[in-house]
Design a protein. Structure first.
Length: 220
């Protein structure tokens, strides 16, 4: 049965007195802002939701008192903030719904059993020289209808909103070439919302007509 506010407790040598914060309130629901007849520091146990709360403060507006309850621990719940002086271990995963997960002085390290860095990378296809629109911090642009003769260049253009200007750093890798050709990335020029990648074919090499896939990662 739930302990009601002001229930009497008995202590040796001091007799009886109303209980305060030492006895948690046991209930079958979570507290609401209307549950204001408890002292600050009072714990509330929701035995149905498997959640624990503590009363942290009161707010008053237009003569109405509002109780501010914070989640302490639960099967699932929301924390105002979490600060750890040592390692935080998650049995499943850690998700940042709207904010960031930041390593201030440490690193993001994948264990030997981990899959490493997994990114949500879209892919888009379009005719060379583009532009092919691929928005996101990572992705792949596939260019079709390519033709680069020996010692010739072809500028392929990617439109991406994550590229904010000339100083944006973008890492590229390239795949796709006709046998006998000698393709390489000659230069990359970034501007607001766009990246121009110059592909060159080697002198005396075979003309390439294969699709070219540019995979990218925007670093800053």
């Amino acid at each position: 049965m739930p302990f009601q506010p002001g229930a009497m407790v008995y202590t040796q040598a001091f007799g009886s007195r109303p209980e305060n914060v030492e006895v948690p309130h046991l209930d079958v629901r979570a507290p609401t802002t209307a549950d204001s007849n408890y002292p600050v520091g009072k714990r509330w146990i929701d035995s149905v939701g498997n959640n624990e709360y503590t009363l942290t403060s009161f707010s008053t507006s237009l003569g109405i008192t509002t109780a501010n309850w914070a989640t302490l621990g639960s099967a699932s719940g929301t924390f105002n903030a979490l600060t750890a002086t040592t390692t935080v271990t998650a049995g499943t995963g850690i998700t940042a719904t709207t904010g960031n997960i930041t390593a201030t002085t440490g690193n993001f390290v994948a264990s030997a059993a981990g899959a490493g860095l997994v990114l949500n990378s879209p892919t888009a296809t379009g005719a060379a020289p583009g532009p092919v629109i691929v928005n996101g911090r990572s992705g792949q642009a596939i260019f079709t209808g390519v033709s680069i003769a020996a010692a010739a260049d072809l500028t392929l253009t990617i439109t991406n909103s994550a590229i904010t200007g000339a100083t944006t750093q973008v890492v590229y890798s390239m795949a796709g070439a006709t046998t006998g050709s000698a393709l390489s990335i000659k230069s990359v020029t970034n501007s607001a919302g766009s990246s121009a990648v110059v592909i060159t074919n080697g002198t005396g090499a075979t003309t390439t007509t294969a699709n070219i896939a540019l995979t990218f990662l925007v670093l800053n």
